[in-house]
Design a binder for this molecule. Structure first.
Ligand code: 3PG
Length: 398
């Protein structure tokens, strides 16, 4: 069900779950991609005359108010982007929330304070979540689920609320699901997946699933050192998950059996320490010297990865290739991003998933239009790629 099925919106109080979990430096938002991604739904509702009440989380506060995680910077940025003041209630379901909602005129947008300031939001006890959802439902006449980044969470503002109000998917959730489905259901081939990020253990489910779906897996980022170790190479003092080496050996064997090509870097930019200005050199991936830590894939690997993407028809990219926040270690991530942009220009369907790679695209100055879809989901897009059912989506279908 979509927003269209809600009919005439004028004067109706519509509660929207968005994902505004943005990176902050103090109170400064360093990447507002998730806020911008929420605008189509919010504009549509406001233009239709709804009284729009948005709820969202920021970070992982411990179930009680904590000013560090206040949504105040988000309310300010959202107001700028929408071109109207967005008032922020100082609580979630209390006096401030009620009076803020009561004060809304048709077409106005308000934001409730961080849903995770209430311990019931993330409670494992169904009755506790249902109680909070009941209080939230009292603030509105309909619910729009548009926080794609949290649809994998069985939480009061995502899951339970959808059982209490007429509930529909927002435009962002629809777009995300449609785009990711192009990779999960009958992808155009060759289907290449680039995986990076720090840990193999965060991506076990997705790797296992991709070994039955993808044609090519390109591995970089911190997790690559566990792959290199599994091949018997020395990784110096690079990030290594010793307890995953056997699992990765199993993946390599299964890939060979299934005819899935695993592409590993041939060279690595290795540094003396983890710092922006650390002395560094490019070394063969098979032999990272003792005491050196790999912080990026090397230039030959960047070329190799781009070549492996050039003829792909479907590309999914999740996780940076190196510590792209430091200029000296951004080359691999840049090369992969450029490879994907070129393949997309040649007709490939490309998805950038995961908060870090989406942020990398923007921070490295790539035009977002060069990719077919930039997902706002981290864990949520991974779980979809894993083939899991996501509670925030199934509850809408029920
Ligand atoms: C994310 O950043 O991936 C989402 O906002 C979900 O956040 P969470 O992992 O804290 O639930």
């Amino acid at each position: 069900k979509t927003i269209d099925t809600l009919g005439d919106l004028r004067g109706r109080r519509v509660l929207v779950r968005s994902d505004f979990n943005v990176p902050l430096d103090g109170t400064t938002i360093t990447d507002d991609g998730r806020i911008r991604a929420a605008l189509p739904t919010l504009r549509r509702l406001a233009d239709g005359g709804a009284r729009v009440v948005v709820m969202a989380h920021l970070g992982r506060p411990k179930g009680a108010p904590d000013q560090k995680f206040s949504l105040a910077p988000v309310a300010a940025r959202l107001g700028e982007l929408l071109g109207q003041e967005v008032s922020l209630a100082t609580d979630l379901v209390g006096e401030s929330a009620r009076s803020t909602v009561d004060g809304l005129a048709d077409g106005q947008v308000a934001l409730l304070e961080n849903v995770r300031f209430d311990a019931r939001e993330t409670s494992k006890v169904d009755a506790e979540r249902a109680e909070l959802a009941g209080e939230l439902a009292g603030l509105a006449d309909a619910f729009v689920s548009d926080g794609f980044g949290v649809v994998h969470r069985k939480q009061a503002s995502v899951y339970d609320i959808a059982q209490l109000l007429p509930a529909v998917a927002g435009d962002l959730v629809l777009k995300e699901v449609e785009s990711l489905s192009r990779a999960t259901t009958d992808p155009a081939r060759p289907y290449a997946v680039v995986l990076g990020g720090s840990k193999v253990s965060d991506k076990l489910g997705v790797i296992a699933n991709l070994l039955t779906k993808a044609d090519r897996l390109l591995i970089g980022g911190g997790m690559v050192f566990t792959f290199l170790a599994a091949k018997g190479h020395s990784v110096g003092s690079s990030l290594l998950e010793e307890d995953q080496v056997e699992t990765v050996k199993g993946y390599l064997a299964q890939a060979a059996e299934n005819g899935v090509e695993i592409v590993l870097p041939t060279d690595i930019v290795a540094a003396d320490s983890f710092a922006a200005d650390a002395p560094h050199a490019t070394v063969p991936a098979e032999e990272i010297p003792d005491g050196k830590m790999g912080l990026d894939i090397g230039p030959d690997s960047g070329e190799l990865f781009a070549a492996k993407l050039a003829d792909a028809r479907t590309i999914v990219w999740n996780g940076p290739m190196g510590v792209f926040e430091f200029d000296a270690f951004a080359g691999g991530t840049r090369a992969v991003a450029q490879g994907i942009v070129d393949a997309t220009a040649g007709g490939a369907f490309s998805i950038v998933g995961g908060g870090d790679s989406a942020a990398a695209v923007r921070i490295l100055g790539f035009d977002e239009a060069g990719f077919s879809h930039i997902s706002t989901g981290g864990g949520a897009s991974l779980e979809l790629l894993e083939g899991k059912e996501l509670p925030g989506l199934t509850v809408l279908a029920d």
